[in-house]
Design a protein around this ligand. Sequence first.
Ligand code: DCP
Ligand code: MG
Ligand code: MN
Length: 336
Amino acid sequence: CARPSSSKPVDLNTHITSELSKLAATYKSKNDTWRSVGYERAIAAIRNYSKEITSREEALAIPGIGGRLADKIAEILESGRLRKVAEVCEGEEAETLRLFLGVWGAGPSTAQAWYLQDFRTLDDLRTKATLTRHQQIGLKHYDDINSRIPRSEVAEIEEHVREATLSLVRGAEVLVCGSYRRGKPTCGDVDVLITHPDGQSHELIFRPLLVRLRESGFLTDDLVTQEDNGNQKKYLGVCRLPGEGRKHRRLDVIVVPYQERATALMYFTGSAHFNRSMRLLATKKGMSLSEHSLRAGIVRQGGEKLSDGYMLDTPTEESIFAHLGLEYRPPEERDH
Ligand code: DCP
Ligand code: MG
Ligand code: MN
């Protein structure tokens, strides 16, 4: 939940939330949104609780935790684990769905459909399933895409993209966001934000950069090239550094106008959960936050926007926190 850094609670209940997270993830993979969202809310409530939970009664007193969840917490407190995790998260169906969800471009309903068609292995998918173009790429690079990227390699990829960008347009700014900027030891992909301080030259970067990186063999597969997200452009693909023994890595690039750099930076740094909290908080304050801008004076009536309000000046991330009445939180503290 969005809150000032000074009051950020230390998570003393990871033994509880880690068990509940397994349930939330498995229900999500089974397309049981109702249950997975229920567990995710409970996890958020427990994370916001600043003390170690020591009894069923204490759990029950936390807003958002009901009787059945308190029972589960009590079981974890007594035995260190939850029998329901074994029941729900282990076994052929759950394991196959996890395997299939690792195919880029496959969501819970696709994974489930494949399971119902009696596919059980990646080879089954390769030989028998009807795959979208994205899923074919996801399957081709399955092992590489599903292995974590060390920070040092993310930095090499950043440097590679920076050199290519600067050779096209001098003075461009290139920065890796996502889990890397949040300080994670390894990353799932590389999220590169590009902008230009002159406010205009960013428009010259997107296509030529992709052409250059494709020609050099660095980009190996294109997933999505989206040129129409307002003034921002977004590319999703697969890349590989030159040299022997390199893995294929997922690469996301956004090119944004300088005016939108702080809101785009904050969005692209995440986490996704943090972004949802910040947007929710903005909405509660009659504002609206997106990767493009922060607006104030929004008038809503029953979910409908009556007034679009006006744009606030957001030259830095600090200014966004300030407009929202929050103390600044550095990227390392934006996981939730
Ligand atoms: N993002 C978001 N909502 C989503 C997906 C992404 O707000 N549904 C934002 C927040 C993410 C950022 O984009 O932090 C980058 O997305 P990634 O999927 O690359 O996520 P991370 O970089 O945070 O983690 P990972 O290490 O898995 O890449
Ligand atoms: Mg990422
Ligand atoms: Mn990404």
